[in-house]
Write a protein that binds this ligand. Structure first.
Ligand code: UD1
Ligand code: CA
Length: 457
């Protein structure tokens, strides 16, 4: 498919009442404009041009990696915004789709249909339309007596008769690129808003004898734009339902999909079970037969097969096959639970590897540590990795047993098969196979307690 895309994202979005530009607001962890850019790429568009303006410095980092960025210096209307992409697409032929950067739910399939229909009909414009019970605010599709699309009239320019039309402009179009830029030169700002309307291109093309047609969607949710926080929540709800339905259709169980939030780029294998109040975000992946939740939030985290991840927060962590987590575990960036390992309850792990089959079952902090295989870390153990100025590393060999309530003062190394007595403060390396003890020696005064009681009251 030979097609380009122009994404309009220069607006401020005043109704968001935000210091952030509207298109940078997120739906399920992904900025609005990224949804649209990704849909354009997925539909196979060769050139994707983003038109930025308001608060551009906040939007550029979101799109510059895989789009061509152009600027609209003054926001003079949607026609002017598209015109800002003129040079970027100079010399192009064929189809160009125009998308709103604030409408995240458009699907690649619909974009492909717009291009296919335009090419098949050799139309100058295909406009995506929808019929709404409450069309207020949208441009209306005015049809000629023969049913063909005559023009689009904006809400603010509508006569009472036009305002009664329920067929609306979604704001998505496919144009013949040459016809588009030719017609844009003819658009004036002689209207109630004093703006250059992209929608005027339709009438101009029709008057020039070119074909102007519509393509309708039976899923208006797909075209839903975000202008307010309420619409942001509505878009999130629609995205949540769409994504969850896709995963369930692919063999994922959800006890209550209304209480599961999954980002658009998350991948989940079959026979995974997702329990309520769970959020899977970013590039998270979950392998077959794992059970995730309840009360779990995973961001950019890899979960292998057959894992149990209960009441866990994990960010940029890796949980290998058969590992278990929680309830109430916190895996921070760089935490890696190898095959069959365990991070139990009230356990925090950062930038550390817990070797295959090793366990950190209760109340521990493990940071900047490498733990071998078959290790047991007793309850309340802490790696003291920070001396107030620098971070230091802890190395624990294979088959080590660390008694409860041990402080491992880094930098420190504990050799294979060593045993650490409970309550130790370990400040020096412990050799392979040795017992490490670092605590006050216990003394006993026989009968002292009984005597002491007699002296009281
Ligand atoms: C537009 C359409 C309307 C349609 C509606 C669908 C026009 C004139 N009207 O109206 O027919 O029903 O979308 O949602 O096109 N933008 C810029 N620069 C500008 C103006 C807008 O980049 O100077 C961007 C906005 O950031 C936004 C998009 O273009 O992403 C649409 O602009 P907006 O002002 O929201 O248009 P509507 O009035 O909603
Ligand atoms: Ca809008």
């Amino acid at each position: 498919m030979e097609a380009s895309a122009i994404i309009l994202a220069a607006g401020e979005g005043t109704r968001m009442k935000s210091k952030k530009p509207k298109v940078a607001h997120e739906v399920l962890g992904k900025p609005l404009v990224r949804w649209v850019v990704d849909a354009a790429h997925e539909a196979g568009m060769q050139d994707v041009v983003c038109v930025l303006g308001h608060a551009r410095e906040q939007v550029i980092p979101l799109v510059e990696a895989d789009t061509q960025v152009v600027f609209q210096e003054q926001r003079l209307g949607t026609g002017d915004a598209v015109n800002a992409a003129r040079e970027a697409l100079a010399g192009k032929q064929g189809s160009v789709v125009v998308l709103s950067g604030d409408s995240p739910l458009i699907t690649p399939a619909t974009l492909e249909s717009l291009v296919r229909v335009r090419e098949a009909e050799d139309a100058a414009v295909v406009v995506l339309t929808m019929v709404l019970d409450e069309p207020f605010g949208y441009g209306r599709i005015v049809r000629a007596a023969d049913g063909t699309v005559e023009r689009i009239v904006e809400q603010k320019d509508c006569t009472a008769e036009e305002a009664a039309i329920t067929e609306c402009n979604s704001g998505f179009y496919c144009f013949d690129v040459e016809a588009l830029f030719w017609a844009l030169s003819q658009v004036s700002n002689d209207n109630s808003q004093g703006e250059y309307y992209l929608t005027d291109v339709l009438e101009i093309c029709r008057n020039a004898g070119r074909k102007v047609i519509s393509f309708s969607t039976d899923d208006p949710a797909e075209c839903g734009g975000v202008n307010s926080r309420i619409q942001l929540a509505a878009a999130t709800k629609a995205a949540q339902r769409r994504i969850n339905a896709r995963h369930m259709a692919e063999g994922v169980t959800m006890t209550d999909p209304e209480q599961v939030w999954i980002g658009p780029d998350v991948r989940i294998e079959r026979d995974v079970e997702i329990l309520p109040m769970t959020m899977l975000m970013g590039s998270t992946t979950v392998g077959e037969d794992s059970v995730i939740g309840p009360n779990t939030r995973l961001t950019d985290t890899t979960v292998g097969r057959g894992c149990t991840v209960d009441e866990t927060v994990a960010v940029e962590a890796a949980i290998d096959d058969g590992a278990t987590c929680g309830p109430r575990a916190y895996l921070r960036p760089g935490a890696h639970l190898c095959e069959g390992a365990k991070a139990g309850t009230h356990v925090e792990i950062k930038k550390s590897t817990v070797g295959a089959g090793s366990k950190v079952p209760h109340l521990s902090y493990i940071g900047d540590a490498t733990i071998g295989t078959g290790v047991n870390i007793g309850a309340g153990t802490i790696t003291c990795n920070y001396d107030g100025a620098n971070k230091h590393k802890t190395f624990i060999g294979d088959d080590v047993f660390v008694g409860s309530d041990t402080m491992l003062v880094a930098p420190v190394t504990v050799g294979d098969r060593a045993l650490i007595g409970a309550g130790s403060v370990i400040t020096k390396d412990v050799s392979e196979g040795a017992l490490g003890l670092g605590r006050a020696r216990q003394t006993e005064l026989p009968g002292w307690a009984d005597e002491h009681r007699k002296t009281q009251h």
